[in-house]
Design a protein around this ligand. Structure first.
Ligand code: ATP
Ligand code: MG
Ligand code: MG
Ligand code: MG
Length: 469
């Protein structure tokens, strides 16, 4: 079986052979982009190369980039456990041209790698192009011999990429693999395209234009290429699996979870193991890159992911902290490719253990409260916002944790009620300050709170920072 590690190096070596410099993954916390919560694609570290702000000594690069999509514009947290293809942490394989080659080479490179080096059956592959991009459609026809019905023209922004409101932008072409009609889902562009039958494996972006503030666009003098392929998705395919979570690496983590909780990896707790395996990766890699749990910003997203994982471990009947015990398995699987994991192993274990020990104290009681409340609610009624707020305020349940718990039961939270309860508490706190005779100081304090988030658990206001990718 071709391991994910083999696939990673086959990819990088293919592009190195074709004149690309192998560049290491950049950290998950973007170095020079405060608008972006986490690195969520391979191009992030190259933004300044694409805009021309920076130059470098190579014009072709290839990477395996650590990515987290758990906040901002790209947030796959709610997909984990529900689709075959989404993680919060994944590796994106990419090749980049900085004003060097363009579509005429990017498409043949991708096709050669997929069908020759990886040996994928071309009858299972189909592609999308932006509806007006005849150039890309013609290259596909010529290079791959795909029939017209396998080159799907998409008129939406799914196939038009923009770095931000201004800056480089352009059409993209995406490559899909048909896992077969025994799986639910339609081809890209169809109403049920979100199913898991046709899985998007690779996105090739053609940076062709520059978008200006007044909405006009001009052609870039030197168009560029940015591509991204999910290692776990191509890995599943090459290992004859449909599901990312059945790849060698994810499977090892799932088995570690099953072992640590004395559960069957494929039993009724299957989904919990998947979520735990996924969240183990994102939390460990975030800590290795210097993010620590806190009540605001990046640290709060980390804490939310950890707590979600801890609830899933609780659902598996775990009495003691579990997550930290899985770290050695992760280091075994990924430590060679990412030495920072091994270096931070003790810190990761200690952070997870402390967080889980602390949260355990309120988790059990909070979940009991939630069950009691649900038992008293009629049929499919939403959980009252006040209850969700109490869970948040008193038991440390991030709203998304409560929503995740309810989703298993096909229930929802009244989020408007939750917001109202949050506002009410803020107003009360304000009133208390106003009555203390320290008004001048209080207003300064509240300005800081609005800006930075309060001290305990109230991090939502700070979670809206948009990714731009
Ligand atoms: P999808 O439509 O399946 O959510 P996407 O269009 O959001 O994918 P891109 O932003 O185009 O994905 O990212 C490039 C590639 O990265 C995708 O083609 C896919 O192979 C991979 N990828 C994206 N999101 C994830 C994820 N959450 N987990 C694993 N792989 C991912
Ligand atoms: Mg997506
Ligand atoms: Mg997509
Ligand atoms: Mg895509």
């Amino acid at each position: 079986m071709t391991s994910l590690a083999d696939i990673r190096s086959t990819f990088l070596n293919f592009y190195a052979r074709n004149g690309h410099t192998i560049v290491p993954s950049s950290p998950l916390v973007p170095r020079n982009d405060p608008t972006l919560m986490f690195t969520n694609s391979g191009m992030v570290q190259f933004k300044n190369r694409f805009t021309g702000v920076e130059t470098g000594d190579y014009s072709r690069a290839t990477t395996a980039q650590k990515c987290v999509r758990a906040g901002g514009k790209h947030n796959d947290l709610d997909n984990v456990g529900y689709t075959a293809r989404h993680h919060t942490f994944f590796e994106m394989l990419g090749n980049f041209s900085f004003g060097d080659y363009f579509k005429e080479s990017a498409i043949p490179f991708a096709w050669e790698l997929l069908t020759k080096d990886f040996g994928i059956n071309k009858d299972r592959l189909l592609v999308t192009v932006y509806h007006t991009d005849d150039e890309a459609a013609n290259i596909w026809k010529k290079v791959a011999g795909l029939s017209d019905d396998r080159i799907i023209r998409i008129p939406t922004n799914d196939n038009f990429w923009m770095m931000g409101p201004t800056g480089p932008c352009g059409p993209c072409t995406e490559i899909f693999y048909d896992h077969g009609d025994h799986i639910a889902g339609g081809p890209p562009g169809s109403p049920d395209e979100d199913g898991d039958r046709f899985i998007e494996i690779w996105n090739l972006v053609f940076m062709q234009f520059e978008q200006f503030e007044d909405g006009t666009r001009a052609g870039l003098p030197k168009p560029s290429i940015d591509t991204g392929m999910g290692l776990e998705r191509i890995g599943a395919l090459l290992q004859g699996k449909h599901d990312n979570y059945d790849t060698d690496l994810m499977r090892a983590l799932i088995e570690a979870s099953a072992h640590a909780t004395s559960n069957d990896p494929d039993g009724p707790g299957k989904v919990h193991h998947r979520v735990i395996a996924d969240h183990l990766r994102s939390t460990s890699f975030l800590i290795a890159d210097g993010v620590m749990p806190s009540n605001e910003g990046r640290g709060y997203v980390l804490r939310r992911i950890m707590r979600r994982a801890m609830r899933h471990a609780h659902m598996l009947g775990a009495k003691d902290p579990v997550m930290y015990r899985l770290v050695p398995a992760l280091v075994r699987e990924m430590g060679a490719a990412y030495p920072e994991l091994g270096r931070a192993q003790a810190l990761i274990e200690e952070t997870l253990r402390t967080e889980e020990t602390r949260f355990k104290q309120t988790l059990d009681r909070g979940l009991r409260l939630l069950d009691d409340e649900l038992a008293h609610l009629p049929g499919d009624a939403d959980l009252p916002g006040a209850t969700a707020f109490k869970l948040y305020d008193t038991y440390g349940f991030p709203l998304d944790l409560t929503q995740d718990a309810l989703r298993e039961k096909n229930r929802k939270v009244d989020t408007a009620g939750f917001d109202a309860a949050m506002e009410e508490q803020k107003a009360k706190a304000r009133a208390a300050w106003a009555g203390s005779g320290e008004q001048a100081d209080a207003s300064v304090w509240f300005d800081l709170v609005e800006k930075n988030g309060p001290t305990e658990f109230l991090g939502y206001d700070t979670l809206t920072a948009e990714g731009q990718v």
